[in-house]
Design a protein around this ligand. Structure first.
Ligand SMILES: Cc1cc2nc3c(=O)[nH]c(=O)nc-3n(C[C@H](O)[C@H](O)[C@H](O)COP(=O)(O)OP(=O)(O)OC[C@H]3O[C@@H](n4cnc5c(N)ncnc54)[C@H](O)[C@@H]3O)c2cc1C
Ligand code: SF4
Length: 484
């Protein structure tokens, strides 16, 4: 990797592209861009440090900058938000689960009268999902193509299911599949296969995809220069274009000039940069949220669990497939093969417990968001999940006995809603015009036509699926829309 100082980053006469942040949105944009314009001069401005995998494992941390030190809770809003500040962004801390969004997820507004539609459809993303599932070496089963059309054979075989999953696949309603994951089921080069230790933010064997173990070609490309420890504060916009990217390092201020600016500083920090730059759009910083994560434990009568090959072995999409309701949000079930709630206490029955995690979608509320109070940190306000999401949670719990009927269910314990699952989304949403959104369907800001926003901030609705495969697909698509 070619690291440059802040002075070198700003002294240059100008860059072809300046990319802000080095997480999923940014690096997949960069990867695709380099395929088309390998000779362009590209600068990455990254706020955090270059914390190597070795540093992370040794310190049991993904970053030396805790997320909560980078924002302020708005009055009455104590909800935490999780992400990594550092080179590679949240490719470091994520858990590698990579389902696609469901075809119905793009039309939540039309089908429920709540939330927004996406300005693109499932079919627009199919070629990008297909390509990225190969690039990211996803392990999975093409059987899931019944629900997600256009799924091709995955490059890695699915992880071993648990016995409970196998019963669900054999005797259930046809909606239980191995979870697609960016965790190797077979070793590749120096990366080991997943051994189901379930410490996935700090994977000890490199089974989980990260920027460091799988995007070195992109980060080390001769056209790419990286300046770490450089916090972008604001953009200068003149005549509808970004003319300079302003950043600070060790208390000093700098500016880098560029023809194209790509903003991928996550769904809390990207809108803050927008706000401090005075860039217009409907809902800049608003509609922030994340889906809800709730934990349930199914007590099994005489069936042992925890014999699968990875941390989250299966996804059950029964509720998605039943069709969207205006009354309650959609959701998915994830079968966990990890000791989230410990073992049972009864002798001989220790493993007769099945942890299930529910992901419940929400619709973003205009009142939830990132606000600029004039200090150097964004104020984040979140008034809680909507009634639609709460009803979705109740519905998902109530349906467990029926959907999981093939299993010997003794009891269902609800462990409650987690404060965060790290899927921050919204805040610079995509749409049709500056009257309804901040960026267009190609993720170009309506108000600054050489500014492309990448990452999960552009999601108009969160859906119930994990967002990152889709964020990567959106980055690939944005480059193709821009450069053909
Ligand atoms: C614990 C955890 C587990 C997760 N597991 C999964 C999963 O299994 N599957 C899934 O799909 N998703 C998962 N996610 C979510 C996933 O990590 C995010 O969806 C994804 O990283 C979002 O990409 P992004 O590019 O928007 O932001 P990020 O990847 O977070 O990148 C943002 C980048 O911007 C940098 N930055 C921030 N502010 C500035 C600034 N002012 N100047 C310069 N740089 C800046 C950051 O340091 C970082 O490099 C998980 C998240 C967490 C926290
Ligand atoms: S389960 Fe263990 S080996 Fe597999 S990705 Fe997670 S930490 Fe790595």
């Amino acid at each position: 990797m070619k690291f440059v100082s802040p002075e070198q980053a700003s002294a240059e006469t100008g860059w072809d592209v300046v990319i802000i942040g080095s997480g999923f949105g940014s690096l997949f944009f960069l990867k695709r861009y380099l395929e088309k314009r390998p000779a362009d001069r590209i600068l990455i401005l990254e706020r955090g440090r270059n914390n190597s995998t070795e540093w992370q494992l040794e310190n049991r941390l993904n970053s030396d900058i805790p997320p909560e030190e980078t924002y302020i809770h708005g009055e009455g809003s104590g909800k935490p938000w999780d992400f990594t500040i550092g080179l590679g962004g949240s490719t470091n801390c994520w858990w590698g689960l990579t389902p696609r969004m469901h075809p119905s997820d793009f039309k939540v507004g039309t089908s429920t009268g709540k939330g927004a539609d996406w300005p693109i459809d499932y079919d627009d993303l199919v070629p990008y999902w297909q390509e990225l599932e190969q690039v990211m070496l996803i392990a999975g089963s093409s059987d899931i193509g019944r629900v997600y059309p256009g799924t091709e054979n995955y490059p890695q075989p699915a992880h071993q299911l648990t016995t409970a999953d196998e019963i669900m696949v054999r005797e259930g309603n046809g909606n239980h599949f191995p979870m697609p994951t960016a965790k190797l089921s077979r070793s590749v080069g120096a990366r080991g296969r997943c051994c189901s230790t379930a410490k996935c933010n700090l994977c000890p064997v490199g089974a989980k995809f990260t920027a460091f173990n799988a995007m070195q070609d992109t980060l080390s490309h001769p056209s790419v220069s990286i300046a770490v420890g450089c916090e972008v504060t604001h953009l200068d916009v003149t005549g509808g274009s970004v003319s300079a990217v302003n950043f600070k390092h060790a208390g000093r201020e700098y500016a880098a000039k560029s023809d194209l600016c790509v903003l991928g500083a996550n769904a809390i920090h990207s809108p803050f940069i927008f706000q401090r730059s005075g860039i217009a759009g409907h809902g800049v910083g608003r509609y922030l949220g994340e889906k809800m994560l709730a934990d349930v434990e199914v007590m099994l009568g005489g069936l042992d669990h925890f014999d699968g090959g990875t941390d989250s072995t299966a996804i059950n999409v029964s509720i998605l497939e039943e069709g969207r309701s205006a009354e309650f949000a959609n959701s998915i079930y994830l079968v966990k093969n990890n000791l989230l709630h410990g073992l049972r206490l009864e002798p001989g029955r220790w493993r007769q417990t099945l942890p299930i995690t529910l992901y419940v979608e929400d619709v973003f509320d205009y009142e939830n968001g990132v606000f600029d109070d004039g200090s150097d940190k964004p104020v984040v306000r979140f008034n809680g999940w909507s009634d639609y999401a709460m009803a979705g949670l109740d519905h998902a719990i109530a349906r467990i006995p029926d959907i999981f009927a093939p299993l010997p269910i003794e009891d269902i314990l609800v462990h409650g809603i987690k404060p965060t699952l790290g899927h921050i989304q919204g805040s610079l949403r995509m749409g049709w015009s500056i009257e309804d959104s901040v960026v267009d369907a190609g993720m170009i800001a309506h108000a600054a036509r050489n500014l492309c926003v990448v990452g999960t901030s552009v999601f108009p609705t969160p859906a119930s699926a994990n967002p990152t495969l889709t964020a990567a697909a959106l980055s690939y698509r944005a480059v193709d829309q821009m450069l053909g």
